[in-house]
Design a binder for this molecule. Structure first.
Ligand code: SF4
Ligand code: MSK
Length: 650
């Protein structure tokens, strides 16, 4: 620890006060966290720029990042081929993570329909009908079971379709789809696309970075308009489509006198089942019998965000806080499923006698207790977790220090709710949004999403970037760990309108919405795609997603999933800026292809900046460019119609 203390200052690690307090405590306790490891394990400069290939045993071959064309790999692969292949494999891995998760949700849906799973049911029949109709499934006079069965069969193609176009591309604006067809990137099933991506990037196959990029786009689109979209839509059908709800976030949601259970991961079914167990009178009694006031169920990361949106469940923090929260000593059990779960949490949990439990057959961790969640009897797993947590509460013997901070924010802005919020229940529409973009009160729309990363100061870039965007009248849509960062900073409530520019503030005040809208977990980025499609279809802002005054950003990304998301936004037509790092060497042909030329084909393009103010400038400049192209760059004063006015319009 002596070396670590020398190297790191807490104020350089995080802007999250609770996490900072726990880092300080961890150091006193002699417990190493991933921030410390990030400082000790320096990023490899060649790997960081993706200039290393280990796709065969003639290598690994490392290129010179300063003069990348000086040499090639043993097989002759150029640096452009190497970087393109590496990006392709990262996108394939990210796509696999999202689509495997989506397929698990779809299988749960199938077993609910055929009656094999009885603990879950179709909760949102209206959403079922809407999704079915969007895929041209006949709903007239048919039973819910018949429609759901047809929908299952149709959506299964998202994964398994060998030839042709996956069904969900029916939702893509026509001109965007035209570009995809012309460029040969309309996705088939995700399994086929991932398989082809892995094949093409093997030694001696596709050695043309432009051709590899095509498959990168096709693979990513099989995620965004495929696997991830299925996951969001099925989760809404099974567990309910979110609508705005006020939620408390940050480590202060832990309660010293309660049995605290944190659920961290990505599959909402674990948390849905945990909620049933935690509400069971027998379980509650078990907790009060050992002297606790009750059971306090708390989410973290993305499945936590799904529960925030659907049930208003409290949330303790984002990716960079998942180890730190264990240091409170107040967590009686932490239960995890898949994705973004750090292996070392198992060791840290042991330091504080916290029960650390894995629940998914795909993801076990050394040292963790494995209690598998079986959807056919989910509460058997979740009841056992509660019993373990209650036992730990009874035997608590570690000092407890809970940071006191919490922030409240409004979450649960599904794309359906955005339409309702703007147009009213009978006239739900994106027209008021488009009108306000056209009249210049709202300059444009930005998606700010993604992870936090210990190599960049936690939450700092997310918050600074969003502050800058809303000040410039740009409406911000959020998902994932970014949404948690902004909530902790107090910027997802209506009060944040005071930080927005005059035009955006006026719209927010009239509609009663914050300038920063939380849409859910990282798979829920597909809600942003649908919102963008709706804006195009509503009219007045061009014919394709690429015409919209819109941009995206993941300022502190770390996961391969983020690259898959970035690429599906770029291929859908969005200028997408990544912060902190990007796996590419500047000045190479491949960089020019992704960061400049790709836009000329009708797609979006990538951007990179290493500080949030530059990110904001790039996004604002892009939005202004799109406004000019649409001929709406001169501000026309228009009166915003109130809900009353809109209702009396017809
Ligand atoms: Fe080296 Fe080529 Fe093998 Fe990659 S595929 S490790 S560049 S020889
Ligand atoms: S959890 S993928 S750190 S957003 Fe979805 Fe957060 Fe990124 Fe994991």
């Amino acid at each position: 620890m002596a070396k670590i203390k020398e190297l790191m200052k807490v104020e350089d690690i995080t802007t999250c006060d609770s996490t900072a307090q726990m880092i300080t405590k961890a150091r006193k306790d002699g417990v190493e966290l991933f921030f410390d490891r990030a400082n000790e394990v320096k990023a490899c400069p060649i790997g960081e720029k993706s200039a290393c290939c280990k796709h065969c045993s003639m290598g690994p071959c490392r290129m010179n990042v300063n003069s990348p064309y000086d040499r090639a790999g043993v097989c002759g692969a150029t640096v452009d081929t190497i970087m393109a292949r590496n990006l392709g494999r990262m996108v394939a891995a990210g796509t696999a993570a999202h689509t495997d998760h989506g397929m698990a949700m779809l299988e749960l849906f199938r077993d609910v329909i055929n009656g094999k799973v009885k603990d879950f049911r179709i909760k949102d029949e209206q959403k079922l009908m809407e999704v079915a109709q969007s895929l041209d499934i006949d709903t007239e006079g048919r039973s819910v079971k018949e429609i759901a069965t047809d929908l299952y069969r149709e959506l299964e193609l998202t994964y398994t379709q060998v030839h042709g176009e996956i069904p969900l591309v029916k939702r893509v604006p026509e001109k965007t789809l035209e570009t995809w067809r012309k460029e040969g990137v309309v996705p088939r099933g995700a399994m086929r696309e991932i398989m082809e991506m892995m094949h093409r990037t093997a030694i001696g196959v596709d050695q043309d970075y432009e051709n590899i990029t095509k498959q990168i786009s096709r693979t990513a689109l099989a995620d965004g308009w495929g696997g991830s979209m299925v996951s969001t839509e099925i989760s809404d059908i099974l567990f309910g489509t979110p609508s705005p709800i006020e939620v408390e976030m940050d480590m202060g949601v832990l309660k010293e006198d309660h049995v605290n259970i944190i659920v961290h991961g990505h599959e909402p079914n674990l948390l849905e089942a945990m909620m049933v167990s935690a509400a069971d009178p027998e379980m509650k009694k078990m907790a009060t019998d050992v002297g606790a006031t009750g059971i306090n169920l708390v989410g973290m990361c993305c499945s936590g965000l799904e529960m925030v949106s659907r049930h208003g469940l409290p949330h303790a923090g984002n990716f960079s806080s998942t180890e730190a929260v264990l240091v409170t000593g107040a967590v009686d059990a932490m239960t995890v499923d898949i994705q973004c779960i750090k292996q070392d949490m198992s060791r840290i949990a042991k330091c504080y006698d916290t029960a650390f439990i894995t629940t998914n057959y795909r993801a076990r961790i050394e040292g963790a207790t494995h209690i598998e969640l079986d959807e056919h009897n989910p509460t058997e797993c979740t009841d056992t977790i509660i019993i373990k947590a209650v036992t730990r509460y009874k035997n608590r013997n570690k000092p407890i220090e809970i940071p006191r901070k919490t922030s409240r924010g409004i979450h649960g802005f599904s794309h359906e709710y955005i339409s309702y919020m703007l147009g009213g229940v009978f006239r739900g529409s994106y027209k008021p949004l488009n009108d306000n973009v056209i009249n210049g009160k709202i300059k444009g729309v930005a998606g700010v999403v993604g992870c936090t990363n210990p190599r960049s100061k936690q939450d700092f870039s997310h918050v600074e970037l969003v502050r800058e965007l809303i000040k410039n009248d740009i409406l911000v849509l959020q998902t994932g760990c970014s949404q948690v960062a902004l909530t902790k900073a107090g910027m997802t409530g209506p009060g944040a309108a005071a930080l927005a520019g005059d035009g955006l503030a006026e719209v927010c005040e009239t509609v009663g919405m914050p300038p920063v809208l939380g849409l859910g977990s990282c798979v829920d980025n597909t809600r942003i795609l649908i919102a963008a499609s709706e804006m195009v279809k509503t009219g007045g802002l061009g014919e394709s997603i690429a015409d919209l005054p819109a941009a995206g950003c993941a300022p502190e990304w770390m996961s391969e999933k983020a690259l898959a998301i970035g690429q599906y936004f770029v291929a859908s037509g969005v200028f997408t800026v990544f912060g902190h790092t990007f796996p590419i060497i500047k000045g190479t042909n491949f960089e020019k292809h992704l960061f400049e030329d790709y836009e000329k084909k009708g797609f979006g393009k990538w951007g990179f900046a290493d500080n949030p103010h530059d990110m904001a400038r790039m996004m604002i400049r892009h939005i202004e460019k799109k406004r000019a192209a649409l001929g709406i760059d001169t501000k026309k004063e228009r009166t915003l119609a109130s809900m009353e006015d809109r209702r009396s319009m017809e």
